[in-house]
Design a protein around this ligand. Structure first.
Ligand SMILES: *Cc1c(COP(=O)(O)O)cnc(C)c1O
Length: 397
């Protein structure tokens, strides 16, 4: 059928300008204060940010780092995960989750997702550990590769928590470490008000500008409740030198900029308000899509009871996704696909030997999901335009 004539209204996927306009005086003053001090590296703003974010995510220690990717890398290095080791993670996530495992020389084990939550399917992790692995003296080994399985790396995708209790139980049963990829999930809660990043051994956060708490560039943070791990991460953040120029371990330059920390400290005061804005916007979409009576052709996000979702993304599932995305573009609406290619079939991981059908739900999610604009400052008229445009498209196709 012919496409309906698109009605246009500009709705970007993300617009950071209203946030900057609202906080301009404070943000500019914070940046100038750093410039005036000329203290750029691991100064007072980094320390204060660590001291504020750690308790916010219910952790004793926070270690500011250069990006969410470096947070994951530092976590794996601090846990001494490397050559001969394997890490179980999700096949449907941002590249860094799998990329960092490879970068430390370990092998990522990509297991499929649950089609409703898009999170790691815990049943598959359990099956893998029980049937594809064997226990030998010092650990658990992958029967197919001979590699030692060392850790689980669940991802709190889109801002909702992965199902942590059964994963933590498996980790205890098999002696595995747990690194939480909480890049999209600062302030997200698992039932009983447990904040993500505090449940596993190390939590990894990103302050990339598109996350709920975004810097003016790259930044990230590791959290832990283990003093020894915190100390190791602090040392490895500065090339493993302690005292300076004396290296017991090899680390990297994973430092968080003082300038970014100063910006983040200003923005952090507003984070709860922004979470609430996103939650309100998600509820608006939920109601408006239900009211549009699309006969189940749009699947809106499933927010689990007792969970606190911070809606870094609002992702719907629509089988005719690609054509609809083109139409929404004509209507002035920005969207994104998170993610078009699951990790198990990325070209760089070809040597791991996965076939597309190994993770069928990840393949289906990659073909059917689309993220809609959900940033706090979006107006109801803009949101209604998104819903109307989706409805127009579906009714004509
Ligand atoms: C953003 C993100 C990262 C990486 O964070 P950067 O700060 O961009 O390096 C890692 N994992 C997930 C799931 C992310 O969304």
């Amino acid at each position: 059928m012919a496409m309906p004539q698109p009605v246009k209204m500009n709705v970007p996927l993300l617009d950071l300008k209203p946030q900057y306009e609202a906080l301009k005086a404070e943000l500019d003053a914070a940046m100038i204060a750093v410039a005036t001090s000329q203290h750029f590296i691991l100064g007072p703003s980094v320390k204060t940010l660590e001291e504020q974010i750690a308790p916010y995510v219910q952790c004793k220690f926070g270690i500011g780092v250069s990006s969410g990717t470096d947070a994951l890398l530092l976590a794996l290095m601090a846990l001494d995960i490397g050559r001969g080791d394997e890490v179980i993670t999700s096949s449907y996530t941002f590249f860094a989750t799998g990329g960092t495992v490879s970068r430390v020389g370990a092998r990522p084990i990509f297991l499929d997702i649950d089609p409703v939550s898009f999170h790691q399917d815990v049943g598959l992790v359990k099956d893998f550990l029980h049937h594809n692995c064997e226990r030998r003296g010092d650990g658990v080994y992958n029967k197919a590769t001979g590699g030692r399985v060392r850790a689980l790396m669940p991802v709190h995708l889109y801002g909702q928590s992965a199902d942590m209790d059964p994963l933590m139980e498996l980790a205890r049963e098999f002696g595995l470490k747990v690194v939480e990829d909480a890049a999209q999930a600062i302030g997200t809660e698992y039932p009983k008000e447990r904040r993500v990043g505090s449940i596993g051994d190390i939590g990894c956060f990103s302050f990339f500008p598109s996350k709920n708490l975004g810097a003016f560039g790259d930044a990230g943070l590791c959290t832990t409740n283990d003093p020894a791990l915190a100390e190791r991460m602090r040392i490895m953040r500065v090339h493993g030198g302690k005292p300076k120029y004396y290296h017991k371990v090899v680390g990297g330059n994973f430092r968080l900029d003082e300038l970014q920390a100063a910006v983040l400290l200003v923005k952090f005061r507003h984070l709860e308000t922004w979470h609430q804005g996103r939650q309100k916007n998600a509820a608006f979409y939920d109601r408006a899509f239900a009211a549009a009576k699309l006969d189940g052709r749009v699947t809106t996000p499933a927010t689990k009871p007792g969970y606190r979702h911070i809606y870094n993304q609002y992702v719907i599932r629509v089988p005719e996704r690609d054509r609809m995305r083109d139409y929404l573009k004509e209507c002035g609406i920005g969207t994104e696909i998170y993610y078009p290619v699951p990790l198990h079939i990325q070209e760089c991981f070809a040597d791991l030997g996965y076939k597309p059908g190994d993770c069928p739900e990840s393949m289906r999610a990659a073909a059917e999901t689309i993220a809609l604009p959900i940033y706090p400052e979006i107006s109801e008229a803009q949101q209604q335009h998104v819903v109307d445009s989706v409805a127009e498209f579906l009714k004509s196709s």
